[in-house]
Write a protein that binds this ligand. Structure first.
Ligand code: WQD
Length: 340
């Protein structure tokens, strides 16, 4: 049996798809999730796909004592992939202390326990949001980190610095931060997918909920940006590609290698698509006409962000395999399965 991996937030959107990929690669998985933005049904979805139910602990990582109890119960954790965090940009502006507590205290408690392990290995779920509006496109990992546009983005920047400082102080640590661009799509089985609670903040779940009739129409947040069709450009990456990248990154941490004990990788397709192009692609794969209107710009949106994926391609040996159309098709199939 391969190593035992703790996946925090493992019942979430990216976490659940990564748990499936880890199990399929033979890793044993323990999930911690506080169910604040996920559901126990996801555990059933994972089991339907891999026929193996991961161990699960319903736990709030902000509770330092509970975290300590967890590591007593599971003394044989060989690595941690840390997804658990609050991630709504707008909410973070209204409730910054919730974000600083939930996204940073939990990280610190996990790292403190990992320090007691023989070979601490840690993968951090970061985000292209750390770049803000990059000066140059595509964005490389050496692009300057600008002042965060939201407390959420700030927690990702600070989180990366906490890990970097820990790795500097403890050479035995091996850690990687993965900066996701825009994760979309669902597992092809449609047993797991994105489960936004309430009104979706992100584009693709709002599109699929509109197409299924749960929302009246999509509001396109501005078409007067300096882009070819006036709408913002993003790098939409299939969650299956993202999940695979976590397995590859973890195996890199297990492999014997020289070089820095802390690394950062952009995870994107390297291709940018505008909001209107996503709508057109969705209409093509679904055969649905999507009702939408042009609305005012959304506060905090950057004009364009897409990844330079050279580093992940060459050093991780990982490259996104799925197209935008395939990702949208999987998102639509998932929406049709869960209904309104
Ligand atoms: C994409 C584009 C919107 C909704 C955020 C976080 C990032 C990561 C991914 C967590 C933008 C437009 C959207 C809608 C629209 N989250 N849009 N109408 O803002 O690029 O990234 O989610 O890790 O950290 O910042 O993604 O999907 O919200 O927006 O026109 O109803 O779609 O303006 O141009 P975003 P998004």
């Amino acid at each position: 049996m391969k190593a035992k991996i703790l996946v925090t937030g493992g019942l979430g959107f990216i976490g659940s798809h990564t748990v499936v990929a880890l199990q399929e690669r033979g890793f044993e998985v323990v999930i911690i999730d506080d169910l604040s933005n996920s559901s126990l049904d996801v555990l059933g979805g994972i089991t339907k796909i891999t026929k193996t139910t991961p161990e699960f602990e319903h736990l709030d990582l902000r509770n330092k004592e509970k975290v300590a109890e967890f590591f007593v119960k599971y003394p044989d954790i060989n690595g941690i992939i840390h997804f658990a965090a609050s991630k709504a940009v707008g909410e973070s502006v209204e409730n910054p202390l919730l974000y600083y507590e939930n996204n940073l205290n939990t990280l610190i408690y996990l790292l403190q326990h990992l320090r007691e392990q023989k070979n601490p290995r840690f993968i951090f779920s970061s985000s292209c949001t750390v770049y803000g509006q990059a000066d140059e496109l595509p964005i490389t990992e050496s692009a300057p980190i600008k002042k965060a546009e939201s407390p959420y983005g700030n927690t990702k920047q600070i989180g990366e610095e906490i890990i970097q400082d820990t790795c500097k102080a403890h050479p035995e640590f091996q850690a990687i931060s993965l900066r996701y661009f825009n994760p979309i799509g669902s597992h092809p089985s449609a047993h797991i997918g994105e489960l936004p609670i309430g009104t979706p903040q992100n584009l693709v779940p709002f599109i699929t909920q509109t197409a299924i009739g749960k929302r009246k129409e999509l509001a396109v947040f501005g078409n007067d940006y300096p882009t070819p069709d006036g709408t913002c450009i993003r790098d939409y990456i299939h969650v299956m590609d993202l999940a695979q990248a976590h397995v590859v990154a973890l195996e890199r941490l297990f492999g014997k290698r020289e070089g820095p004990n802390y690394e950062v990788f952009n995870l994107g397709t390297g291709k940018g698509n505008s909001v209107l192009e996503v709508i057109q692609a969705f209409e093509k794969v679904s055969g649905e006409k999507l009702p939408y209107r042009i609305a005012a710009r959304r506060e905090g949106d950057v004009v364009a962000a897409y990844a330079d994926t050279t580093k992940a391609n060459e050093e991780l040996g990982w490259r996104a395999q799925y197209s935008l159309e395939e990702a949208l098709d999987s998102a639509w199939k998932w929406q049709q399965r869960i209904g309104r």
